[in-house]
Design a protein around this ligand. Sequence first.
Ligand SMILES: Nc1ncnc2c1ncn2[C@@H]1O[C@H](COP(=O)(O)OP(=O)(O)OP(=O)(O)O)[C@@H](O)[C@H]1O
Length: 258
Amino acid sequence: MSRTFPSSSTALTEPAACGTGLTKTYGKGEGRVTALDAVSVEFARGRFTAVMGPSGSGKSTLMHCMAGLDPVTSGSARIGGVELSTLDDRQLTELRREKVGFVFQGFNLLPTLTALENILLPLRLAGRRPEAAWLETVVATVGLAGRLAHRPTQLSGGQQQRVAVARALVSRPEIVFADEPTGNLDSRSGAEVLGFLRDSVRELGRTVVMVTHDPVAAAYADRVVFLADGRLVDELHDPTAHAVLDRMLAFEGQGRAT
Ligand SMILES: Nc1ncnc2c1ncn2[C@@H]1O[C@H](COP(=O)(O)OP(=O)(O)OP(=O)(O)O)[C@@H](O)[C@H]1O
């Protein structure tokens, strides 16, 4: 039986996603690693949040647990009011398809499909038809109107990532998770992609969570949350690159002092 998820209109005040007491351990015995240690975090609708922290602090694990790609050891992860731990594998796949958009560092486009076909793939997999007006808005927002018939190899890295951003937005997901989306791009293409992610939040009302190492990238967000050793240790609102960098350096200083 197909599960009916609460629609976003029924729960406008609820965060797009939230984690409570999220704990994730890998391995057993002496090799056991606590990647997330009782993290509680909310991602409000219509906001752009960056997740920062040193290498190994748990950023990717947090994203994977919140997106239903990896089960938590304990705690609760909810997307649009749905508790992920109550879903079986098939329901999780369905929830990810309907409620979550992903943008990865490596673009992850299918090389044999055109840009348009790549953008429409999630809808095709879900057996849904594109809404023409929304598709046009998304394509215009990411500036791809003249490139839709091109295959990925005929596009620059920045254009490929814009296709990936459009693909993540086209099904109007509850939330878009972006993992180092500018990691493979030069700074100009990276700035464009970050601008499009920000526009998708400010102009199209979407919700974006982005893992990044880069204070300049984080400054495009409305809010930055900082992880250290699997814990949520700080947050900044309306960040500047300078303020983010200062905060990162302060953590590193503390790390050296202990
Ligand atoms: N599949 C796994 N098996 C065992 N340990 C893991 C696994 N995935 C992550 N870890 C460990 O969990 C901790 C957090 O890893 P995670 O990848 O979430 O950090 P990160 O902040 O995203 O790091 P980076 O910035 O280097 O990508 C690290 O100590 C890592 O070694």
